[in-house]
Write a protein that binds this ligand. Structure first.
Ligand code: PEP
Ligand code: MN
Length: 296
């Protein structure tokens, strides 16, 4: 009977846990993966923070941000050199910095002594990016680009798989299985907001699905982080959603940070400035300590 084949109230069938994503599925109630990436522990009491610009706009910018977020306690520097930009036209400012940006980010990470995470969109660039980054980010738009997933997984680099803004938990976990089946065990899931009709502001496009954190933890041992910047698209809401993520059990938080948010070349409504980032990470640490975890 259908009901016997279901985990009650979920669109995940109990048979999925053994047949569709056995490597992603928990083996027991208290099975949660713990691993280290560049000296930072995931899935333990620490809740690592990934911080940086949306786009690596210039060498100066990424160096300035690297030092600032590191000083405030961030564990990873984020930023895109190869960006999934929504429209094909470019200007001097709205322009991917590609291999230059990747190199600047690598240098900035070394200079500020902070590991880095950056996105790969194109199978042809996987090796170039894997050579310098500590974590390869697979963006929401590519969550189900299976050849790209396989290529990234084969590098055996740590991976972050962002959830597509329309994907079910079942499809997300299925995509993660493509990474684990290649023998890659350092996989982090990232919830970055769902596309829904009511987002509370005309400018907002997504809504942070906090509920997916406990839902995912019922099924998978993989750590799950959130990206309140992309989810809210509105920096006044980022701090509260970061605190809520920690309270809801997130194993990490990704935040966009820019010295002059309104001047950011991409998504200028969502980054925190340096001061607000410092306040946010410190408040996240207070919430984390109330549940016997820590951010700083
Ligand atoms: C990003 O993190 O830079 C990004 C493009 O995010 P997403 O894939 O979630 O839109
Ligand atoms: Mn964006």
């Amino acid at each position: 009977m259908v009901i016997e084949n279901k985990v009650p109230g979920k669109d995940v069938l109990s048979s999925d846990l053994t047949d569709k994503f056995p490597l992603v599925a928990k083996k027991s109630h208290d099975h949660f993966s713990k691993f280290e990436i560049s000296g930072v522990e995931f899935g333990g009491s620490l809740i690592p923070v990934f911080a940086g610009p949306n786009m690596i706009e210039s060498e100066n910018l990424i160096f300035e941000i690297a030092h600032s977020v590191k000083n405030s306690g961030a564990h990873f520097l984020r930023g895109g050199a190869f960006k999934p930009l929504s429209f094909p036209y470019r200007s001097e400012k709205y322009n991917e910095t590609r291999h230059d940006g990747l190199n600047w980010m690598y240098q900035a990470g070394q200079d500020a002594n902070i590991p880095i995470i950056t996105e790969v969109m194109d199978q042809r660039l996987v090796q170039d990016i894997a050579a310098v980054t500590d974590i390869i980010q697979i963006g929401s738009r590519n969550m189900q680009n299976y050849p790209l997933l396989t290529e990234c997984a084969k590098t055996q680099k740590p991976l972050m798989l962002k959830r597509h803004y329309g994907a079910s938990l079942r499809d997300w976990l299925g995509a993660a299985e493509y990474l684990l089946v290649e023998g890659n065990e350092k996989v982090i899931l990232c919830e970055r907001g769902m596309s829904i009709p009511h987002t509370h502001r005309e400018t907002s496009r997504f809504s942070l699905d906090l509920q997916v954190i406990p839902a995912a933890k019922e099924l998978t041992h993989l750590p799950i982080v959130t990206d309140p910047s992309h989810a809210t698209f509105w920096n006044p809401w980022v701090k509260s959603m970061s605190l809520a993520s920690v309270a809801a059990g997130a194993d990490g938080v990704m935040l966009e940070v820019h010295p002059n948010p309104s001047e950011a070349a991409v998504d200028p409504l969502q980054p925190l400035n340096f001061e607000d980032f410092a306040k946010t990470i410190s408040a996240m640490d207070s919430v984390a300590r109330s549940i016997k975890r820590r951010v700083l």
